[in-house]
Write a protein that binds this ligand. Structure first.
Ligand code: PA5
Length: 433
């Protein structure tokens, strides 16, 4: 189903085995005290509640679902829906994932949606994220004429604390929760991404099954037979050897959302205390004509992770039979072309001593997506332990959130203002046209 090929990783075998041994030790510890996200494929948190809510909401004949959330509160749903739904013909309701506050986009969506047949899904673990709260306030106001609005707002947040929780209680909105000890970017297997996916028709039980299958693989297999150990060890070794730009490059449009999800997971989990790789997401074949020159011939600080999953498509017809120079193309499928392009890219990188690994997914399905999410969550957690950083917090991001509130004049942030003034007091350097 999912195959890792690390033939071109250019890794020294004994070094790899040494790091894998360390990951195994970490894994033994983790078996005794699992990370909170590890129980999610088993407990299937609030599955019954989600199913019932979706059953009731179907009766409302929704035209538009608007997901308001950012970072870990949006990217999981985005990855799933892009992988499994973006090419389906039957697109009702339409899903809008608003993970930004660009006024132009928000205006455009406000104009497009069928307000009386819209559902707001407001997602924030902390319940305090300024962008999400602002979006919610704007959309709630835009939908003020909707008589049954109370039944058309679903809030997904912490079960105990936060402004969003208080709003849900006060106004009587539908509510789902994120388990207390599961943080944003590790929350894909909670209602955060499972509810919008289920609402859009994804078989989320299969996502959980795929994640469970991967969990069992990780628990059971040892050494180089364990995919998570090998990937975590390679990522760590690459970083250690100065190949700290990790380019994740799916040759599969449906996995672009997944690469964005991975980019957040790796960056926010590991970028701490002066450490951590820089993930870059790229797209095959498109970026062969945009980035590959740099990857092959630029600074030798990159490592590539290819992902691919082919699907049937058209063959190239013999449209210009009088042209001998095009005869190599006619009769080939686009899959033949995709594979030739990918192989050529891997070989060119190898020749230039740029390491890469590839991950083949036989079929993009709810099951394989579940397995991939779980695999990479474990990989990043192991990688964090190897680096000696806590993969589950994000202190630097929190600081930005505090400064934003202080700049906007939020109550309780008055003393942060003086800190901001000091930071802004330097000589200004501006050029304008
Ligand atoms: O991984 C994280 O914790 C963050 O990326 C959060 O998901 C993001 O900042 C949004 O936070 P919240 O879900 O609290 O609104």
């Amino acid at each position: 189903m999912i195959t890792l090929d690390y033939t071109f990783s250019l890794i020294d075998e004994s070094e790899l085995d040494e790091v894998i041994r360390k990951v195994e030790e970490i894994n033994e510890r983790v078996k005794r005290k699992p990370y909170p996200f590890m129980e999610l494929p088993y407990i299937r948190f609030q599955l019954k509640e989600m199913e019932e809510m979706v059953r009731n909401l179907k009766k409302k004949r929704l035209e538009d679902v608007i997901l308001l959330g950012i970072g870990g509160s949006a990217l999981g749903a985005k990855a799933i829906c892009e992988a499994l739904l973006s090419y389906s013909r039957d697109k009702k309701p339409r899903l809008w994932i608003l993970d930004n506050i660009d006024p132009f986009t928000i205006n455009w969506v406000l104009e497009k949606i069928e307000k009386k047949k819209s559902l707001l899904v407001v997602v924030s673990k902390s319940g305090e994220t300024t962008e999400t709260l602002a979006q919610f306030m704007i959309f709630k106001d835009a939908l003020r004429e909707v008589s049954d609005l109370k039944e058309k707002v679903v809030i997904i947040t912490d079960p105990q604390n936060g402004t969003l929780k208080r709003i849900a209680e006060k106004e009587g909105y539908l509510c789902l929760f994120v388990p207390r000890d599961v943080g944003g970017r590790f929350s894909v297997l909670t209602p955060v991404a499972m509810f919008p996916s289920l609402l859009m028709g994804v078989k989320i039980e299969e996502i959980f099954d795929g994640a469970k299958k991967m969990a069992e693989h990780i628990r059971t297999f040892s050494r180089r037979e364990n995919m998570s150990f090998v990937i975590a060890a390679i990522l760590y070794l690459m970083d250690k050897k100065g190949k700290s730009l990790h380019v994740i490059m799916p040759y599969c449009d449906r996995l672009i959302g997944f690469s964005e999800w991975f980019r957040q997971l790796e960056a926010e989990s590991l970028g701490k205390g002066g450490k951590g790789p820089t993930p870059i997401h790229s797209r095959g074949v498109t970026d062969q004509h945009s980035q590959l020159q740099l990857y092959i011939d630029g600074p030798k600080n990159k490592f590539l992770i290819f992902m691919y999953s082919f699907s049937e498509g058209p063959s190239v017809p013999d449209s210009f039979s009088y042209l001998d120079e095009l005869s190599y193309l006619s009769g080939k499928t686009l899959e033949d072309l995709f594979l030739a392009e990918l192989t050529a890219t891997k070989l060119s990188l190898l020749e230039a001593s740029v390491p890469s690994i590839d991950i083949r997914i036989d079929e993009i399905s709810a099951f394989s997506m579940g397995a991939l999410f779980y695999l990479f969550e474990m990989v990043i957690a192991f990688f964090g332990e190897l680096l000696g950083v806590n993969p589950f917090d994000q202190p630097a991001v929190e600081k930005g959130k505090v400064y934003t509130k202080a700049l906007l004049g939020a109550k309780g942030y008055e003393n942060v203002k003086s800190q901001i003034e000091i930071l802004q007091s330097g000589k200004r350097a501006i050029v304008s046209l």
